[in-house]
Every structure is written in structure tokens, then in C-alpha cells.
Ligand binder design. Structure first.
Ligand code: ATP
Length: 372
């Protein structure tokens, strides 16, 4: 049983505030992923939980006990770093068995547990080799095996699959998920790869510039982003984000997408957060590429656009459509749409589009927070 509580954690390195007022409760047996771009403070947060860095402010509690002053060895945590550190003079088998030998687990049990993780990680055939003759991917798997063979309260995994090739990464991802479910240990996994985060996590904690932006299930993070940052970070391609303003037109409240003829009727929408009478009614409209319907036939009342670019990706096509032009900068206002590959169009074709009602997002440009 291991619940981890981070309360008002702050960590600075000189002038750099690596982690700002971080609050999070990670429940027992939960698989949580810290996700964010390079330098956002993921590793520093993980290292503080491990006891390898010390918070300047705030408390870290494991099962209700404050562990700020406990050494890493006394926290019952297994840690896999982005950069593996194997014992060069030991065979792979002994590297994996090392933590078990250290606590004097009987030899037959060691043999069984090492063979089990070696089997999962597909390294049974290299158990007799020394690290110096292993590839980067093999070394990474040995490092993972050394953590998996223990049964600690908490696993901390910092980009543990960074050195694996694409196929092995997907296989290992599935194995890590299955194993975590089987063992039931609280796990914190750090990555900047949103697909990895979505596929592994019970909950994702999105970080940006040391600040925790949003915590939620993969579904919540993807479908209900609370900020412009989260909306723009998740998804491939990411959400279309277009400047907009709110105007009153013939008695109707409309959202006007800047530099385009596109207007959306807001009359039936909740308007209490809209600052209609202000001069600064700047918003950002968001819609994901898969939440846009397209048609080659004219549809009355729908938005008419021209095709700018087509990227056939196999299972889907990504099409860039021209919504308008910023006359000042001559920059095109483009909208990316995901379509079925059978939807065949050419550059320059005219097509009609419509946004999925209920899948549109609006953000306040100034606060960057979601309105809907
Ligand atoms: P990455 O994905 O690249 O590992 P990250 O999100 O894990 O990035 P951190 O390694 O936690 O980010 O770094 C957060 C910030 O703190 C960065 O600006 C980094 O340069 C800084 N930082 C981290 N460790 C130190 C250190 N020991 N000394 C000085 N600055 C540091």
C-alpha cells in the first residue's frame, strides 16, 4: 500500500524555478504519468520523490508519513533512469538479481524471478553476457528488469524506453502496463511522449514550466483540456487553435474567427464567461482535426474552403484547408482536418466543412484558460 502526497512542493536551481507549488495525491496502485516538454520539471519532481533531490518548500508523504528527511534507500522505491547504470563487471543475470541478493532472497526464488522478468523483456538469451557487449536497447531492458524484479512500494520510471526502437517500445509499453496491473505497485512514469502517456496512464499530470497544468484520465486530458497549453500539446496533429472574437450581429451573439468569414452562433451557448462589451474580447477557438466533417458537395450554411495541402498517412489523410488570410501579415489561416483515406481531393479543390457540435473549445486569450 503506497499513497504518495506532494504538498506545496517548490524546487529552485539558482534563478530557475524547476517546480512551482506542486500539489498532487497519487493513489495506491495508481499508474500516473508526468507528461510535458523538455525542461518542464518532470524529472526534478520524480527525483524529489525518490529522495535524490530535496524540496526547498513543501512536504512529500508516503502513506501519510513525511519522507522529506529519509534517504532514498529508506523509501522502498525502485527507480529506472533515462540513463541506465549497470554494473559492468556483472553478467546481465547478476545485474537483474542484484537487488534480490542484497536482501538475501533464497537462490531458487532469485532464479525464478529473474527468469520471469527476462522472459517478459525478451532478454533470456543475453542473461550470460556482460553489459559492454549489449546494445543501448538491451541495456535499457536490463535496467528495467532490475527494477521490476523487486517488489517495492513505488516504481519511478524516468523515460525508461527512450533507447528502445519503435516496435520494442510498443511491446515493452504493453508489458509494463500488464505487469503494473499484476503487481499493483504505485507507479510514476515520466515521458514527453503523449502517446506513451495516453496508453499507459490511469491519470496523466501535464506539466509546463514547473507548473502542474491539469491532472486527469487520458480521456479528460484529451477531450476536456483546461488550458491552451494542454489543448495544444495533446493530439497528432494537435488541436486547431484560431484567434476569435465575440460580436453581436443582428441581435445574435456570434463567435467570429479572426481573418475569416467563419461565424459561429453562440446564442444557445452558456455566455456568462464571455466579455462581450469589452474591447479586449479576444478568444481562441479550438477544434480537433477529427471533429470536423467535410463534404465535396456544397451544403447550405456550411463553411466553404479550399484545399491547401494533403498528407496521406495510410489509415488517415490530413488535409490543410484555407479558412482565410491575415491581410496584415499575408499569413494563411489554416485548419487541419483528419479524413478517411477514401476521401480523395486535390490541392485547390473546394470543399465544405462543419464542426462537430459539442466538440468545440473556447479559450480566453489572456488567462489561457478554457471557457468551454
Ligand atoms: P527532460 O524531459 O529534458 O528531462 P524535465 O521536464 O524532466 O526535462 P527537469 O530535468 O526536471 O525537466 O528540469 C527542470 C528545470 O530545472 C530545467 O530548466 C533544468 O534546466 C533545470 N535543472 C534541472 N536540474 C538542474 C540542476 N541540477 N542544476 C541546475 N538546473 C537544473
Amino acid at each position: 500500500m503506497a499513497q504518495i502526497k506532494l504538498e506545496n512542493i517548490v524546487k529552485r536551481f539558482g534563478d530557475v524555478v524547476a517546480v512551482k507549488d506542486f500539489n498532487l495525491v497519487i493513489e495506491d496502485k495508481e499508474f500516473i504519468v508526468f507528461l510535458g516538454p523538455s525542461g518542464c520539471g518532470k524529472t526534478t519532481t520524480l527525483r524529489m520523490i525518490a529522495g535524490l533531490e530535496h524540496p526547498e518548500e513543501g512536504d512529500i508523504l508516503i502513506d501519510g508519513n513525511r519522507v522529506n528527511d529519509l534517504s532514498p534507500a529508506d523509501r522502498d522505491i525502485a527507480f529506472v533512469f533515462q540513463f541506465y547504470a549497470l554494473y559492468p563487471h556483472l553478467r546481465v543475470f547478476d545485474n537483474i538479481a542484484f537487488p534480490l541478493k542484497a536482501v538475501k532472497v533464497p537462490k531458487p526464488d532469485i532464479d525464478e524471478r529473474v527468469k520471469k522478468v527476462a522472459d517478459i523483456l525478451q532478454i533470456t538469451d543475453i542473461l550470460d553476457r556482460k553489459p559492454s557487449v549489449l546494445s543501448g536497447g538491451e541495456m535499457q531492458r536490463v535496467a528495467l528488469g532490475r527494477a521490476m524484479v523487486r517488489q517495492p512500494k513505488v516504481y519511478l520510471l524516468d523515460e525508461p524506453m527512450a533507447n528502445l526502437d519503435a516496435k520494442l517500445r510498443i511491446d515493452t509499453r504493453a508489458e509494463i502496463k500488464r505487469l503494473q496491473h499484476e503487481i499493483g505497485a504505485t507507479t510514476i512514469f515520466v515521458t514527453h511522449d503523449q502517446i506513451e502517456a495516453m496508453s499507459l496512464a490511469d491519470r496523466i499530470a501535464v506539466m509546463h514550466q514547473g507548473v502542474l497544468q491539469q491532472v486527469g484520465t487520458p480521456h479528460e486530458i484529451y477531450n476536456k483540456p483546461k488550458s491552451l497549453f494542454v489543448a495544444g500539446f495533446m493530439g497528432m496533429p494537435t488541436m486547431n487553435l484560431i484567434d476569435a472574437e465575440v460580436t453581436i450581429n443582428q441581435g445574435q451573439t456570434v463567435l467570429q474567427l479572426s481573418h475569416t468569414d467563419v461565424q459561429l452562433d453562440l446564442t444557445t451557448r452558456q455566455q456568462s464567461h464571455l466579455n462581450i462589451n469589452s474591447n479586449e474580447n479576444r478568444y481562441v477557438f479550438g477544434v480537433r482535426p477529427e471533429h470536423i466533417k467535410v463534404s465535396k458537395e456544397p451544403i447550405a450554411g456550411k463553411i466553404k474552403t479550399d484545399v491547401h495541402l494533403i498528407e496521406p498517412l495510410g489509415p488517415v489523410n490530413i488535409i490543410d484547408l484555407i479558412l482565410g488570410t491575415d491581410m496584415e501579415t499575408q499569413e494563411l489561416i489554416l485548419l487541419r482536418v483528419r479524413t478517411h483515406p477514401t476521401f480523395q481531393v486535390q490541392i485547390g479543390d473546394t470543399i465544405w466543412l462543419d464542426f462537430d457540435e459539442g466538440q468545440m473549445h473556447l479559450f480566453d486569450r489572456k488567462t489561457e484558460q478554457a471557457i468551454w
